[in-house]
Design a protein around this ligand. Structure first.
Ligand SMILES: Nc1ncnc2c1ncn2[C@@H]1O[C@H](COP(=O)(O)OP(=O)(O)O)[C@@H](O)[C@H]1O
Ligand SMILES: [Mg+2]
Length: 243
C-alpha cells in the first residue's frame, strides 16, 4: 500500500533522510521509532507531499507521488489522512464542526449526510454527547480523538500518526492506542505511527522500523525488536543515551 525507495531529503545543509526504504502492506500498522530530531516528522511530510524529497520514490496505492501536480496530490491526500502532533483543531469551531470540516472542504453540502458521518465518527472515538463543546473545554486526549475523527472522516485508506500519545498520561495514551487498533480492525486502514513511546509502539505495531542517522537501521516485528541484541537498539529501548 505504501512503499518508499531510496528517499533522500536534506534541509539547508543538514542531511535528514539518507536513503529510506520501507514498505507497509495493506491493512497493517508500521511503527517508526527513533530519536527526537531524527527526521520522523519530515518523513511523514514527504509521504503526503507536504515536502518534496531530493531523491527516491514514494508509492501510494500503486502510484509514485513524486512530481505529481498539486491537483493529483490532492487526490492522493484523500487516500492518506494524517494526525499531526498537536491535533490542530480550529479553536473557534465546536467538536462537530471540527469533525465535519473536511466534508465541507470536499464539497459535501447535504446536512443529513454530514450529520450521519459526524455521528458515526463520534461513536468511533467514543465522544458522543460532547459534540457541542469547544476545543478549549476538552482534555488533551479528547482533542487528539477529535483530531483523529477529522483525519478519517473522509475514509482514507491510510492514516499517518505523528506522536499520537505525546504529552498524554499513560491511561489516556492507552485509550488512543486502542483507538488506533480499532480503526485498523473496523476500517482496515493501513497506518504508519511515529512515536518514541515504546509501550505504544508494542501495543499497535505489526512491524517496527527504527530510524537512525537517516536510514532504517532495524525493521522487524515487535517480538524481533524485543529480543534484538544490537547495542544501539538496546540503548534505545532502555532509554540510554548514545555512547
Ligand atoms: N521546516 C523545517 N525547516 C528547517 N529544519 C527543519 C524543518 N523541519 C524539520 N527540520 C529539521 O529536521 C530535523 C528532523 O526533524 P523532525 O523530522 O521534526 O524530527 P523528529 O520528528 O524525528 O523528531 C531536525 O533537525 C529539524 O530541526
Ligand atoms: Mg516529530
Amino acid at each position: 500500500m505504501i512503499e518508499v525507495r531510496g528517499l533522500v531529503k536534506g534541509i539547508g545543509r543538514q542531511e535528514i533522510l539518507r536513503g529510506i526504504d520501507l514498505a507497509v502492506a495493506k491493512g497493517e500498522t508500521l511503527v517508526i521509532i527513533g530519536r527526537s530530531g531524527g527526521g520522523k516528522s519530515v518523513l511523514l511530510k514527504n509521504l503526503i507531499g507536504l515536502m518534496q524529497p531530493d531523491a527516491g520514490e514514494i508509492w501510494i496505492d500503486g502510484e509514485n507521488i513524486i512530481g505529481l501536480t498539486e491537483r493529483k496530490l490532492a487526490a492522493i491526500r484523500l487516500k492518506v489522512g494524517i494526525l499531526f502532533q498537536g491535533g490542530a483543531l480550529f479553536d473557534s469551531m465546536t467538536v462537530e464542526e471540527n469533525i465535519a470540516f473536511p466534508l465541507h472542504e470536499g464539497g459535501e453540502r447535504d446536512p443529513k449526510k454530514i450529520g450521519e458521518k459526524v455521528r458515526e465518527m463520534l461513536e468511533v472515538i467514543e465522544l458522543k454527547g460532547e459534540e457541542k463543546k469547544m476545543p478549549v473545554n476538552l482534555s488533551g486526549g479528547m482533542k487528539k480523538r477529535v483530531g483523529l475523527a477529522r483525519s478519517i472522516i473522509r475514509r482514507p485508506s491510510c492514516v499517518l500518526y505523528d506522536e499520537p500519545t505525546a504529552g498524554l498520561d499513560p491511561v489516556v495514551s492507552d485509550s488512543i492506542n486502542q483507538l488506533i487498533r480499532r480503526l485498523q480492525k473496523r476500517f482496515g486502514v493501513t497506518s504508519i505511527v511515529v512515536t518514541h513511546d515504546m509501550k505504544s509502539a508494542f501495543h499497535v505495531a505489526d512491524h517496527i522500523a527504527y530510524l537512525h542517522e537517516g536510514r532504517i537501521y532495524f525493521y522487524g516485528t515487535p517480538q524481533e525488536l524485543e529480543i534484538s541484541q544490537d547495542p544501539l537498539i538496546q540503548d534505545f529501548l532502555l532509554g540510554r543515551s548514545e555512547r
